[in-house]
Each structure stands twice: as C-alpha cells, then as structure tokens.
Design a protein around this ligand. Structure first.
Ligand code: RB5
Length: 148
C-alpha cells in the first residue's frame, strides 16, 4: 500500500517519525515535504498532497500540522478530496467506512505518535462500506460546484 505524506513545521517531527515507523511495516511512502522544521504555510502542503491523491498515484494521503484542522480545511477545498481530521483510530476507520475519506489529517502537537500510527493503520486497512453510504458521499461530491 502506498500513501503520500506532508506536514507543516508543527507536524514535521511526527511526519518523520511516522515515515520511519510505517516504512518498517512495509508501507510505500511518498514524502512531499517539508524536509526540515522551518516555518511554512500548511495550505501549500495540503494543496501539493491533495493533487497527488487526486491523480491516483497513491492510495491515500496523510497531512500533519499542529492540530490537523487547518490541513483538513485546506485539503477539502481541492476537488476530489475528502479529508478527515481524526484523533482516534476508530474515527479513522469510520472516515473510510462511512465517508470514503481519501486524506487523513493528524495533529502533531496534541496527539501522541502511537495514536497517530494507530489512526493511519486503521485508515489503511478499512474499506469504504458502500451501500447506504454511497449516495451520501455522492451528495458530498455534488456540493463541489454548487457555488460556481
Ligand atoms: C501552525 O502554528 C499551526 O497553526 C498549524 O500547524 C495548524 O495547527 C493549523 O491548523
């Protein structure tokens, strides 16, 4: 399974730790930066990662900032993205099963590395449930151009 990951300065340390731990578990990981903890703007990295996810080159994306909130707001502005900000692994699984989320956003400042690792593992191993959820996700996607 291949996923892309990016962060801002607040998520940089955990990004590096997540990559190290999950590479060792066999995940193929595309690191979209940054490559140091210098101050950056999270929307730039949310946009970069979202475009890769929409292109289909990876199975899903992971974004890490201070809270995960700014990354989710930014990523959800990109057509085709369904980003979920989660702080516990059962929510990560439900974001896949019910919402067919394709980007997970995590807090590098307020959630432990172990919990974030559990979130990514749960996200990676849970399938979209389809059925009654499919029409709802379709309605979400239909909102994308309602204000055009
Ligand atoms: C950066 O200070 C912080 O605002 C950012 O990492 C994130 O938490 C925004 O949502």
């Amino acid at each position: 399974m291949k996923f892309a990951i990016a962060s801002d300065h607040a998520g940089f340390e955990q990004k590096q730790q997540l990559i190290e731990a999950l590479s060792a578990e066999g995940f193929e990981i595309l690191d979209l930066g940054p490559d140091n903890d210098g101050r950056v703007d999270y929307p730039d990295f949310a946009e970069k990662l979202s475009k890769v996810v929409v292109s289909g080159d990876v199975d899903f994306g992971v974004l890490v900032c201070g809270t995960g909130i700014g990354m989710a707001i930014a990523a959800n502005k990109v057509d085709g993205i369904r980003a979920a900000n989660v702080t516990r692994s059962d929510f990560a699984a439900l974001a896949r099963e019910h919402n067919n989320a394709n980007v997970l956003t995590l807090s590098g400042r307020f959630v432990s590395l172990d919990e974030n690792l559990a979130c990514i593992r749960a996200f990676a191993t849970t399938e979209f449930g389809g059925g009654r959820h499919a029409g709802r996700v379709e309605k979400i996607m239909n909102l994308e151009h309602k204000n055009d």
